[in-house]
Design a protein around this ligand. Structure first.
Ligand SMILES: [Zn+2]
Length: 81
């Protein structure tokens, strides 16, 4: 039996409020519980590994923008910025 890996929570920098949100969060930017100053703060407040994600914006309107999970993984316990 192999242990299931702990999935990091993807976080993405918001183009609207310049804060970070969980990638799956689609609610209101003013929701303070879902707003983080940095990936480090997200990791600490969610008490989970987080992964920095980017949105690959496609020039082709037929192709949906794709979430790219290519950023660094941040562990809880890192310094808040
Ligand atoms: Zn926002």
């Amino acid at each position: 039996m192999t242990q299931a890996p702990v999935e990091p929570i993807a976080v993405i920098e918001c183009g609207c409020c310049c804060c970070w949100h969980r990638a799956e969060f689609t609610g209101d930017c003013r929701n303070d519980a879902e707003r983080f100053a940095s990936p480090e703060q997200a990791a600490n407040r969610l008490n989970s590994l987080v992964q920095v994600a980017y949105l690959d914006i496609s020039d082709d309107p037929e192709i949906e923008d794709e979430l790219s999970l290519s950023g660094e993984i941040v562990q809880p316990g890192s310094d808040d910025i």
